[in-house]
Write a protein of this length. Sequence first.
Length: 472
Amino acid sequence: MIPLSRSRENAQPCERSLGVIGGHEPRADAYFLLKLSEATAHPSAVGRPKIVLEQCSPAGATDSGLTGAWQLNLLDRIVRLAEQGVQTVVLPCYLNPGFLDELQANSPLPIADMLAALRDHVRRQFPTVRRIGIATSGQLRNEGVFQRYFPPDEFDLLYSQIDGEGSVELLRKACADLAGEGAELIIPGRVGLIPLAQRVGTAGPPVIDPHRVYANYVVAEKIEPRPRPFKLGVVGGVGPAATVDFLSKVVRNTAAHRDQDHLKILVEQNPQIPDRTAHLLGQGPDPTLALYATCKRLQAGQADLIAIPCNTAHAFIDLIQPHLDVPIINMLQVTVSHVRRVFPGVQEVGLLATTGTLSSGIYHSALQTQGLREVVPPPEQQARMMDAIYGPRGIKAGFTSGQCVDDIREVIDELVSRGLEVVILGCTELPLLFNQGELTSRSGQRVNLVDPTQILAAYCVASAQARAHPLR
C-alpha cells in the first residue's frame, strides 16, 4: 500500500493576513484601503487581519491589466507576498476572466475574486433584480469581463461606455442613461469610477460601491485556495535514460487530446545521487541523503505523489518516507501486485535485477506478500547481467544493442530453462533493451517480461486521474 501523507505536527495557527496589490489606479487604491479599514472594524470581520500592501507598477497597465509586463509584475508581487507569509491576495480591480484563471492557476496564494464577490452580493441583496446597468470602458465590455459573472440566463446587462478620464458628471450621465433603458441596479465598471459612485446622488436606481462590497467580503470570508491540478514528482537521473523512458511511458499511458490533458510533472534530474548498488555492496557512498534531499525539493514544488524510476533506490525509501509529507509510490509493490493479478496461476517469478537490489531483499519481501517465490540467476549469470548494465559496453554507458543484449538474453534463457513463465525486468535500464511484453527464448519457449517502469507509469496516470483537480 502507498503510505498516506503525514500531517505536519505542532502546526500553529498564524495571524490572518491579506496582501493588497495596488498600483493600477492610485485614487481607487486609496479609496479601497479606506473601505478595507472600515470593514476591519465591522462586527462581521473574522478577527483583525494584518494588511500587507504591494504596489504593482502601473506601467503598461490597461483597464483589465492584460499587457505582458504588467502580468509578470503582478505575479512577482504575489510571490513576494507569499514569502512574507500572506494568506490571501486582494486585487481591487477588474481583471479579464481568462487572465484571472491563469493567474489563479499559477499563484502560490488564493486570490479573492472581486467580481465573484460583487455577483454574490447582488444575488443576496437584490434577489429580484434582473436588469443591471454597467458603466465601463469599451475594452472591458469587449473582453466579456462582466458577462461571465452575470450570465445572460440570469441577468440582462446594459452598458454605458466611459473611456479616458472619468468624472462625476460622466458617471452621473451614464447612470441616467442606464436608468432610462430600464436598469434596476448600476455598477461602476471601471476602478477609476468607483470612488465617484457615492457622489452620484440618490435619484434613480441604486449604484453599488464595488470596493465596499469587496472589502467586506475579504474581511468577513475565509478565502479557500483554488483546487490545483495534480502534480507528479519524479526523482530522475537514477539512471538518466531510464528516467526519460519512464516519462515517455507516462505520456503514452495518458489518454489526451491536447497538451493540457497531460499530467503536470516536476522532475529533479539528479544523476549525482550516489550509485545505489555500489553502496548496498559496500563499495560506495550512501545515497540516502541525496535521495531524501531530492524528494524534499519535489515536496517543496507541491508534488502530490513521488515516483522513483529506479528499482534499487527502493531499498532506501523506508527510511526516507517517514520524513516526507508526500507519499512515494512503491514501484516494487505495484509491480508484484500486477504480477499476481495478471498471472494468477504463477507461483515462481524470475527476477533480473542489480546485485544491490538482490542483496537488499526488497523484491524478495514484496513477492512474498503476494505468495510468490523469487528465482534469480546463478552467480555467473548474475555477473554477466551486471556487466550488461554497468560494463564499458553496457546500458548505463549508452549501449542498447550488441553484447549487452546478448548477455541479458542468455540470462533470460537460463531462467526459462528452469520452467519460469514470468520474468520481472527489475532494473529500469533493462526495459530499454526489451520493449515488448513477451520474448521467445532460443529454445522456442515464450516468456512474459514484466516492465516495472511501464507499470509505475500506468499507476501514476491512474492516480492522477483519480485525484485530479479541475481548474474550472
